[in-house]
Design a protein around this ligand. Sequence first.
Ligand code: ZN
Length: 408
Amino acid sequence: MSLTLLRNARIFDGTNDGLSEPKSILIENDRILQIDPSESIEAVDQNVDIEGRTVMPGLIDAHFHAYASDVDFVKLEKLPPTYLAQRGRHLMEDALRRGFTTVRDVGGGDYGLWRALEEGWIQGPRLFYCGRAFSQSGGHGDIRPPHEDESLCGCAGRGILAERVDGVDAIRKAARESLRKGAHHLKIFVSGGIASPSDPIWMMQFSEAEIAAVVDEARRRRVYVAAHAYTAETISRAVRLGVRTIEHGNLIDSAAAEDVAKAGAYVVPTLATYEAFRRSGVEDGVPQHLLDKLDEVASKGLDAIRLCRAAGVKLGFGTDLLGPMHKHQRDEFRLRGQAETPFQVLNSATGINAEILGMEGQIGCIKSGAFADLLVIDGNPLEDLSLLHEDSTAIHSIWKSGKVVPLQ
Ligand SMILES: [Zn+2]
């Protein structure tokens, strides 16, 4: 048993707006044992003076792709998995050093990566994974160019991040296989997307029966379905059929936002990825057709957030970055800050994301019994969100499972 005492910490607990008076946090092994223990604790292994800095829950990124180590998905499919695993490891290590102590992988992340993290072979954020996302043929997860008949990977439509499944029986079987491999949620594409060559954004993907089948499989296994969806029409249909989290959601309207709120579902905006693509552009190898589609959704991201807030939709926090753009993961704070208060953004990245993961009281909070995943910050991010912007050096230390994360 190891005891750590953090003294003089002003706590943001992830759910309530405001910092506490300076308090102590007693950590036993990987979890918080007590906040402000009344008796004076003498025999601790580590006694740390936080000197009045802010202590808040470690950040959670609810839209992450550990294996998206390249912007070019076609190239990615041709690389060996052992090589991609090493690149995935680096993306995970870097995310942890940015303060993300948990990530939800929504396409690609798998049992092998999870197990390597759990057993301590590699260091990274806690991982919640779904395995491959499901796409219909010609849908957002189908990256074959129009002149191509066969699978690029020669593996019957099963790629690194997504697999093609068509029909109710096929999607049921695919869902059961993912759940057998320990998936924490399932992911489907129900509207067109940006990085895929043959589907317009407005396209409604999967039939109602296919979506209902995957929702049924998830529910019976007590997990849930996340759906990539841009348009109001696809968002309303998805939540009506039982989808629990809407990914991106840029083209939502107020009626669809009401539907999401009524269903008790969540929207996970991912503004950082559009901004990163826009900054990179054609000269960095981003194809023109992709930039055209990007314009269609990127400009609507902040409006979508305002519409959701007005309708009372619970908003998560995600980034959806690809390849070298992962370095902009904390840019999401700057972007979200244009439409929301610092508290709303920080609550999304901690308390709300923990709720999405079904991990309330375990992560995304500072309370007894929770994992000791913490950020120590110089200053008060509830007053100044720029302390978390990507270029900020205000993160003084990062703790995961009760241990300090080396920042180099
Ligand atoms: Zn994604």
